[in-house]
Design a protein around this ligand. Structure first.
Ligand SMILES: Cc1ncc(COP(=O)(O)O)c(C=O)c1O
Length: 381
């Protein structure tokens, strides 16, 4: 079996609960949707939750709720998944890329402030900030910028379910106006495909629930009647998937704990500072390790990254790279150009980073095997 950088863990309790949901009268938009939303609210200590069919839809709904339009600028880091930036394009707004810092690999708040200072016409409406790999960004600083410059904050929290700041797992919706989650199989918990929007504002939540189902507002007195005031989508998450989500969420703590244990093994193994940079420990942050981004000094190990990845593959270990900077993708490069010198850190991370295996079901013998191959390919003692 191939050892990948991440994968889901499904057990019998998940299967039983999903099978039960299949026997229910409503297999979509039944009682489990609300139940999953309530479980998320409780777990994440947040006021409102709307589940949707994936994390990308969650982001798009946020852009639509905020009514982003032509002329608006939305700040975003290059080191994130495509969806965090594509949402901006889908709303006809323009991304303004802000480099990451090399401490947490998330957007650099000081660089965001430079752009906000320069923005005399107040075109920057919002910032989408990804808590990369499970490491929370500098949310206190971003919160300060939000109040000083009156911008909206979106935490693309797709990597960071189960992370915390100062022991608060509800940090994300504390600082950001919107939090988006993904329940894709490689994430902390899965619903197959799925996502959610978390917010503390009732009006944002109401809008999210209307827009996820065509913009329909039902008539409470006449079950057959409805009206549509806003253009919406079908971004609904079926009960079948919600059943899996409810069952998985119960195991989040256990999943994260195992990830942390694996991260500790790697922290001790890749201690040679000249060859490797392990993820940094940041005071107050608890990293849930969606990823274990290992930075490799390829000059020191005298090997190219492509070659190393292929060598691992020949041992049935499939590493990944997170991410190719989004502003270097042909679509964005062609439309907005690219000045690489402005994004030194993003490109440094891209050049040196590999995502090594980390997930709940990774067994001790698989870890041993992986480290044995590492010793061989990195020429370690
Ligand atoms: C940072 C980030 N944002 C957004 C998404 C999109 O989520 P989904 O795949 O559920 O649409 C992902 C998923 O890979 C992600 O990693």
């Amino acid at each position: 079996m191939i050892i990948s950088y991440g994968r889901q863990n499904i057990d019998n309790s998940d299967i039983k609960f999903v099978a039960k949901s299949l026997k229910s009268k409503l297999i979509t938009q039944g009682p489990l949707v609300r139940k999953f939303e309530n479980s998320l609210k409780k777990k994440l200590k947040c006021k409102y939750a709307t589940v949707v069919n994936n994390g990308s839809s969650a982001l798009l709904l946020v852009g639509k709720i905020l009514n982003w339009k032509k002329g608006d600028l939305i700040a975003v880091p290059p080191i994130t998944f495509l969806s965090s930036v594509n949402v901006i394009e889908h709303c006809n707004a323009k991304p303004i890329f802000i480099d990451i810092n090399m401490n947490d690999y998330c957007m650099d708040p000081d660089k965001l402030e430079l752009e906000l200072k320069r923005d005399s016409k107040k075109k920057i409406k919002a910032a989408i900030i990804t808590d990369y790999g499970g490491q929370p960004a500098q949310w206190l600083k971003f919160y300060y910028l939000k109040r000083k410059y009156n911008i909206i904050l979106i935490n693309d929290n797709c990597h960071a379910l189960g992370s915390s700041i100062k022991n608060d797992v509800g940090y994300a919706s504390k600082y950001a106006d919107f939090v988006t989650l993904s329940f894709h199989p490689v994430k902390a918990i899965t619903t197959g495909e799925g996502g959610a929007i978390i917010t503390k504002k009732i009006n944002f939540d109401k809008k999210a629930k209307i827009l996820r189902s065509h913009g329909i507002i039902r008539d409470e007195k006449k079950y057959w009647s409805y009206k549509m005031e806003n253009l919406g989508f079908n971004f609904r998450l079926p009960d079948i998937n919600c059943a899996l989500g409810i069952s998985q969420l119960k195991k989040l703590n256990k999943f994260v704990l195992r990830r942390k244990k694996i991260a500790n093994i790697y922290n001790n193994f890749f201690f040679e500072k000249k060859k490797f940079q392990i993820p940094k420990k940041i005071e107050g942050n608890q990293n849930s390790y969606h990823l274990y981004p290992l930075l490799v000094n390829f000059k020191k190990i005298k090997k190219k990254k492509d070659k190393l990845i292929n060598e691992f593959l020949s041992y049935k270990i499939k590493l990944q790279v997170h991410y190719i900077p989004v502003n270097s993708q042909p679509y964005y490069k062609k439309k907005y150009g690219l000045n690489k010198t402005k994004f030194k850190n993003s490109f440094e991370l891209y050049r040196n980073q590999i995502s090594i295996p980390i997930y709940y079901g990774l067994s001790s013998s698989q870890i041993k095997y992986f480290l044995k191959i590492c010793r061989r390919l990195f020429k370690m003692k």
